[in-house]
Design a protein around this ligand. Structure first.
Ligand code: HEM
Length: 397
């Protein structure tokens, strides 16, 4: 491959996997557009990078969250953009609160909610599945985690939608910058209010647990806490929504698979795992090179940014035999869709549980899914891939 490829070209967005295969084959570490990031497309190289935060830093990309047009964006204080030892301290504190108790507390609520969502879906009528199905469980879970009541879930969704555009906003796009600033201010005010209320009257919930957490006598600072709440908003919603939309689309495309999962619901976790590998929501993760390095045959200068193409690594033929084939029997679990090393996704178990309960309810009620007339619309992003509109009808016959 001689000239730079553009990962956001419309044809690539429609289906990026053939390009990923070409990159793995002939330019496994190479600069791409937009932005000239170095795309890393092979499984082994992605793992190498994720295992070495000193040389491939997350903290180095913090300045992405500190552009001149916004001050104090809490994502810049989140552990996603920290390296050890700062990251280690914060992660241990948060781990205390984000453990098995979150799952145990949430499971019965999510099961009930998932059944309500499936019951409310109209039979035989085309709806936007993103809105009517995929977002419903993740938004309720997020609301519960950050203490935002159901009456404000529509706001929560808007904040997340606007803020996920943060990394793609241009220097001239002042209208979007203003919308982001407004969403950040509003979300921060609500989160601060929740923190204040839980400080005064702790409950059995995540924010109260975070306030109680101590490691070596040290607690989370208010800045740490706000950074974490914003990280949940950005990392916990869109990912899981895209996963569920991808699952629905796959069930529509493959009626035999849908029939099999209805007959054998115990296979649903394998289905979710193979979906995450084959068509997972996170396509790219960014790191900064702290010292000149050779990777995958390329020499990369200090200060350059890497785009770890997770979705390509998950289809690497050197790691997965016949990688483009969707194979329910593939040995699992495959964890790379949730990252690797110190930043491994804190919500991996929760996301898997949300997806399992939502799909169990959908499959218990409906026999097949069909496409609506309007085509699906896909998002435009280097880091995430999923539909923003997914017209589908669910059928009970
Ligand atoms: C299908 C759903 C999800 C996928 C595919 C996913 C994927 C990922 C990936 C790849 C990372 C690593 C990023 C990096 O290395 O820079 C990550 C980190 C993280 N995820 Fe998830 N995620 C999902 C759902 C969730 C949920 C539901 C939550 C919480 C509600 C969550 C919370 C986090 C947090 C807090 C981190 C940062 C961990 C750290 O920096 O130590 N994620 N996720």
């Amino acid at each position: 491959m001689s000239s730079r490829v553009n990962l956001l070209a419309p044809k690539v967005r429609m289906n990026p996997y053939p390009l990923y295969a070409e990159l793995r084959q002939s330019a496994p570490v190479s600069q791409v557009d937009p932005g000239g990031l170095w795309a890393v497309s092979r499984y082994a190289d992605v793992i190498t990078v994720m295992k070495n935060p000193q040389l491939f830093s997350s903290e180095g990309i913090r300045r992405t969250y500190r552009p001149p047009w916004i001050s104090n964006y809490p994502m810049a204080d989140s552990m996603l953009v920290m390296d050890p030892p700062h990251h280690t301290r914060l992660r241990s504190l948060v781990n205390r609160a984000f453990g098995a108790s979150v799952m145990t507390r949430l499971e019965p609520r999510i099961r009930e909610l998932a059944q309500q969502i499936a019951t409310a879906l109209p039979s035989g009528q085309t709806v936007d599945f993103v809105d009517a199905f995929s977002i419903r469980v993740p938004i309720a879970v997020l609301g519960d985690l950050v203490g935002i009541p159901p009456s404000l879930h529509a706001r929560l969704k808007q904040w997340a939608e606007v803020m996920t555009r943060f990394t793609s906003v241009g220097p001239e796009d002042t209208a979007l910058q203003e919308r982001i600033r407004a969403a950040v201010t509003e979300a921060r005010q609500h989160f601060e209010q929740v923190v204040e209320e839980r400080r005064r009257a702790p409950r059995e919930d995540l924010v109260s647990d975070l306030l109680r957490a101590r490691v070596d006598g040290e607690a989370l600072t208010p800045v740490d806490l706000m950074g974490f709440m914003f990280l949940l908003l950005i990392g916990g919603l869109e990912t899981t929504v895209h996963l569920l939309s991808g699952c629905a689309l796959k069930l529509q495309e493959d009626p035999a698979l849908m029939a099999r999962l209805r007959a054998e619901p115990e296979l649903i976790p394998c289905f979710i795992d193979e979906m995450l590998r084959h068509s997972g929501p996170v396509h790219g993760v960014v790191r900064l090179v702290t010292d000149e390095v050779e990777l995958g045959g390329a020499r990369i200068p200090q200060g350059e940014r890497l785009l770890l193409l997770m979705a390509s690594a998950n289809r690497d033929e050197a790691q997965f035999p016949d990688p483009d084939r969707f194979d329910l029997e593939r040995p699992g679990p495959q964890n790379l869709p949730f990252g690797h090393g110190v930043h491994f996704c804190l919500g991996a178990q929760l996301a898997r549980m949300e997806a399992r309960l939502a799909l169990e309810a959908l499959l218990a009620r409906f026999t097949r899914l069909s496409l609506g007339e309007e085509p699906a619309r896909w998002n435009v992003s280097l880091v995430m891939r999923g539909p923003t509109l997914l017209p589908l009808a669910a059928h009970t016959d």
